[in-house]
Design a protein around this ligand. Structure first.
Ligand SMILES: Nc1ncnc2c1ncn2[C@@H]1O[C@H](COP(=O)(O)OP(=O)(O)OP(=O)(O)O)[C@@H](O)[C@H]1O
Length: 489
């Protein structure tokens, strides 16, 4: 029923989960029998019965309230009344249902169990389910079993991949769900993966997620920021050198490619790789061997390559700055990281997630965001994506003087004036969001996106221009209407 501990962690991964977590809780302490009960309208008689049976019951009426009650270190039972929620609200429960330290029992009706999402949630995350109506004693009995099972879990779980659960990927929107599904699929292959996306969208996190789910997870994940290493040092950093290879080479140095042997090499900002290093990398990809600088030996190295960039590589190839043959080697599988502004409600979910993550003891009083702060989160364009959101939330935690973070605390006061937005502006903003989402869903295949949006391809192309959604410098900008093709596959 549950996935391996590696996958089902703090808020672990599911086939299409809203969180994709790489971290494992450090310790899980079994304490007095605690039970989380989540229902749109909690049944007070059930709560009273469970309390009389010795349960310490905490009730939640929404996914958000539930998220706040979940404690990563504490084993407890959970009762989720899936029948009481509107279908559209059920997806939001997934992050909490996925918590491995909670033994969930689902309550559902026959009709609700016809819903594929409900079936999947029950199948993946629940110890058992019962059809309503059901006797309170049965729920107590099943919750007791579920609690017993989670309390049996070995407290000495494998060490975290990275400390403090930093590596959790949050996402409920369709684009992120698609990304999670793709991550799981590509993890099982050894093919090179290319991740495209704006800065701060989570490319490195995605690369790590792929590595952590791949058969190479026990070997190193080696990230290299190609843009951060001075060009003249890149060759030796990547491939190492032998003693005496150049003045100052007093001893042999193993390069990063070799150090990643058996694991995954993440080449970030691959667009910044100078042509000389591109040629060496291509040779390595073709032959699976490296030569250290000053060395004569060819050393076989077995790594999986994941690369990423936030720049337009198509443009770089057109201008001769990036080798097309290397790109085709690197981009066997392509993933597109959606920009934060195109993730709809995930913006708010991420804002709460980051608040929870970065709230220090001093800021315990902070409960959430004011309505105008939420409005600003949606109105803002997020050029720095999730990284910027993290920074703004961290700033707000420090600045906030009240229980609720305001738009001002987020430094987004200028984005709250709904009344200053005319209907035309609101329509335009909605149109842009819809086009962006469709383009993402269809990986910029204009024909398919146009069908989805129920407009002609010509109209879509024109609207992309109006909303600044055509890539600068692309053939599109030069007036040609591009044919749909595999370029963005
Ligand atoms: N979906 C997500 N859920 C939670 N945290 C995220 C998510 N996406 C990104 N982050 C966090 O946002 C920050 C930036 O992510 P990351 O470094 O992976 O972005 P990037 O696209 O590689 O950025 P760059 O292009 O600048 O290298 C990190 O702290 C990461 O943990």
């Amino acid at each position: 029923m549950r996935e391996s501990p590696h996958l089902t962690s703090v808020a672990s991964v599911a086939a299409a989960g809203s969180h994709l977590s790489l971290a494992v809780p450090k310790q899980r302490a079994a304490v007095a029998r605690q039970l989380l009960y989540v229902a749109r309208t909690p049944d007070e008689t059930l709560i009273a019965h469970l309390k009389s049976r010795g349960w310490q019951v905490a009730a939640a009426r929404s996914a958000h309230e539930l998220g706040r009650l979940v404690k990563p270190d504490i084993a407890c039972a959970g009762v989720v009344d899936l029948a009481s929620f509107a279908p559209r609200d059920i997806g939001g429960l997934e992050a909490s249902l996925r918590q491995q330290q909670i033994g969930w029992i689902a309550l559902a009706t026959n009709e609700r169990l016809d819903d594929p999402l409900v079936r999947r949630l029950v199948r993946h995350y629940c110890f058992d389910f019962v059809k309503l109506p059901v006797a309170h004693a049965t729920i107590d009995y099943l919750a007791g079993h579920a609690f017993g099972m989670v309390a049996l879990c070995d407290p000495e779980l494998p060490p975290p991949v990275s400390e403090a659960g930093d590596e959790e990927m949050v996402g409920t929107c369709e684009a992120m769900q698609q990304l999670f599904r793709t991550i799981r699929k590509v993890a099982n292959t050894d093919a090179s993966v290319f991740i495209a996306g704006e800065s701060g969208t989570g490319k490195e996190l995605t690369a790590l997620a792929i590595h952590e789910r791949s058969p190479r997870r026990k070997a190193p994940f080696t990230p290299i920021n190609c843009g951060a290493i001075p060009h003249h040092l890149l060759q030796s950093e990547l491939f190492g050198y032998e003693r005496g290879a150049f003045t100052g080479a007093n001893q042999r140095k193993i390069g990063r490619v070799e150090a990643a042997d058996g694991g995954t090499l993440f080449l970030d900002e691959i667009g910044d790789l100078p042509l000389e290093s591109q040629a060496s990398l291509l040779r390595f990809l073709q032959e699976g061997k490296i030569e250290r600088l000053g060395g004569r030996e060819s050393i076989p190295v077995d790594v999986r390559i994941i690369s990423a960039t936030h720049v337009d590589l198509d443009g770089a190839m057109r201008e001769g700055q990036f080798r097309a043959d290397l790109f085709h080697r690197l981009c066997v599988l392509r993933l597109d990281e959606p920009p934060l502004r195109a993730r709809g409600r995930d913006i708010e979910i991420l804002a709460y997630h980051m608040l929870h993550k970065f709230k220090t003891d001093n800021a315990r009083k902070i409960r959430g965001y004011t309505p105008s702060a939420i409005e600003a989160l949606y109105n803002y364009n997020w050029p720095g994506n999730v990284r910027e959101l993290i920074n703004r939330v961290r700033r707000a935690i420090v600045m906030a003087e009240n229980k609720l973070i305001s738009a001002d605390d987020l430094d987004l006061a200028g984005y709250t004036e709904q009344e200053s937005m005319t209907l035309t502006q609101a329509r335009e903003a909605a149109e842009k969001r819809a086009i962006e989402a469709a383009l993402l869903r269809h990986r910029h295949r204009l024909n398919e996106a146009a069908v989805d949006l129920n407009v002609s391809r010509v109209t879509l192309y024109r609207l992309m221009g109006v909303h600044g959604l055509r890539e600068p410098g692309s053939a599109d900008d030069k007036g040609a209407l591009p044919a749909d093709g595999p370029a963005r596959e």
